[in-house]
Design a protein around this ligand. Structure first.
Ligand code: ARG
Length: 458
């Protein structure tokens, strides 16, 4: 049998297994729009430089527009024999317009073609991600504003540490997702160069204008090295690493939501819209969306490692290994989009159980540090001595099964004579958070300042 694509050199067609391992059309059909835009920009430049006639350019563009409509309306027959989206579109173009189709691939290779298509796709996905993160940050700012003074326990080692406010905790996530959004912006800046015109790897002898095609496709400028242009997948890796860090933040939040929504913690209630029931236990309300966000992070991180591993041994320039870049990026992009959307919904919808948070904040001797600080301030003790005295007070409260503020003054005085009635003023959770006015601290006034700073930047 003959060979549909390389009949000149090849006498026979590929083995069925060869076709199966080689074909990427099953997933790279997602790039059809980018491929068509790339080809239109290329053909237009070729005509303007007199490399093809403007008549052929017209036919090519009209044919490509027809193909776009065919694909969008589900009337395009994809063929695995034609390997990938590039060959599928080119073959259809030949059906539609005849020999002029054969002029489109002048001064171009599939190596620069796939690089430009994929860069366009990743760039558009990054822009979507940036927007989604802005929505998530907005949701957190609203909740933080509402709960700037809502006291909850802060944790280290998941043990009660010091009282904080729920607004302050929300703002910690604003910082994380704000950094993620910066990483997204940097990734866009880094990938904003067009590889089109690098051809197979060496550039081309045709008098092409790579600045023109770069501009036409919305890139800042063309890439500067034709070998790098077709070898580089940093833009995909940077997308995946940015996605992985962001997913890791989403996963930590998901984990907190899972913990907080247990009856044991009871800090929040998830809305019906973002939870599920049990088929056997009628009382259950499960945080499935949060659990799945936590799990999607595994897929996204896995995609990063997969592509890093694909790339690490490749000599320059193009190798077919690089075809494996797309599924990783597509899967991670879909997972991340969904995870951010689900998290935005959960954050907006969840009910904060302020009573439960406040009770929890006041137990576990969370204001012990405030007592130590009081001894430093009012009794002039070195902090280490104050720490020791406070430790004895905590041990006493523990043995009596009461809170610090419930210990009678004479028993406190027995531990340290300088303790006075005024100490009770610093033992409440409200006094504790209000006192933490240092820049970036948990005092409601300070939290409101941080919210205002972010409002001006979101
Ligand atoms: N389907 C290929 C890919 O995704 C397109 C580039 C093919 N280039 C080549 N020289 N075989 O990487």
């Amino acid at each position: 049998s003959s060979n549909q694509m390389w009949g000149g050199r090849f006498a026979s067609g590929p083995d069925a297994i060869m076709e199966e391992i080689n074909a990427s059309i099953g997933f790279d059909k997602k790039l059809f729009d980018q491929d068509i835009r790339g080809s239109i920009a290329h053909a237009t430049m070729l005509a303007e430089k007199g490399i093809i006639s403007s008549d052929d350019r017209e036919k090519i563009v009209t044919g490509l527009e027809t193909i776009r409509i065919e694909i969008e309306s589900g009337n395009f027959e994809f063929s695995r024999q034609l390997e990938d989206i590039h060959m599928n579109i080119e073959a259809r173009l030949a059906n539609l317009i005849g020999p002029a189709a054969g002029r489109l691939h002048t001064a171009r290779s599939r190596n620069d073609q796939v690089a430009v298509d994929f860069r366009l796709w990743v760039k558009e996905e990054l822009i979507k991600t940036e927007r989604a993160l802005t929505g998530l940050i907005e949701a957190f700012l609203d909740r933080a504003e509402e709960h700037a003074a809502t006291v909850m326990p802060g944790f280290t080692h998941l043990q009660t540490a010091q009282p904080v406010t729920f607004g302050h905790h929300c703002m910690a996530y604003v910082e994380m997702f704000g950094r993620d959004r910066n990483r997204v912006r940097h990734a866009i800046e880094h990938l904003d160069e067009s590889p089109l015109g690098a051809a197979a790897l060496a550039g081309t002898g045709y008098p092409i204008d790579r600045h023109q095609t770069a501009r036409a496709l919305g890139f800042r400028e063309p890439t500067r090295n034709s070998i790098d242009s077709v070898s580089d997948r940093d833009f995909a890796l940077e997308f995946l690493s940015t996605a992985s860090i962001c997913a890791t933040h989403l996963s930590r939040l998901a984990e907190e939501i899972v913990i907080w929504s247990t009856p044991q913690f009871g800090f929040i209630r998830l809305s019906d819209a973002f939870s599920t029931g049990s088929s056997i236990m009628p009382q259950k309300k499960n945080p499935d969306a949060a659990e799945l966000v936590r799990a999607k992070t595994g897929r996204i991180n896995g995609s990063l490692i997969a592509l890093l591993t694909v790339m690490k041994g490749l000599p320059l320039a193009y190798s077919k290994d690089m075809q494996e870049d797309k599924e990783q990026v597509f899967d991670a992009a879909e997972s991340l989009e969904l995870a951010i959307a689900a998290m935005t919904g959960m954050v907006r919808d969840l009910t904060v159980r302020t009573d439960r948070m406040k009770d929890a904040a006041g137990s576990g001797y969370s204001t012990a540090t405030d007592l130590a600080d009081w001894l430093v301030r009012e009794a002039g003790l070195p902090f280490r001595d104050a720490h020791h005295v406070t430790g004895r007070v905590v041990a006493l409260a523990e043995s009596k099964g009461c809170e610090l503020a419930e210990l009678p003054l004479d028993e406190l005085k027995a531990i340290h004579a300088d303790i006075t009635n005024a100490v009770y003023g610093v033992l409440t959770v409200e006094a504790s958070v209000a006192s933490r006015k240092s820049f970036g601290g948990t005092a409601p006034a300070e939290v409101k300042k941080q919210i205002a700073w972010w409002r001006g930047r979101n």
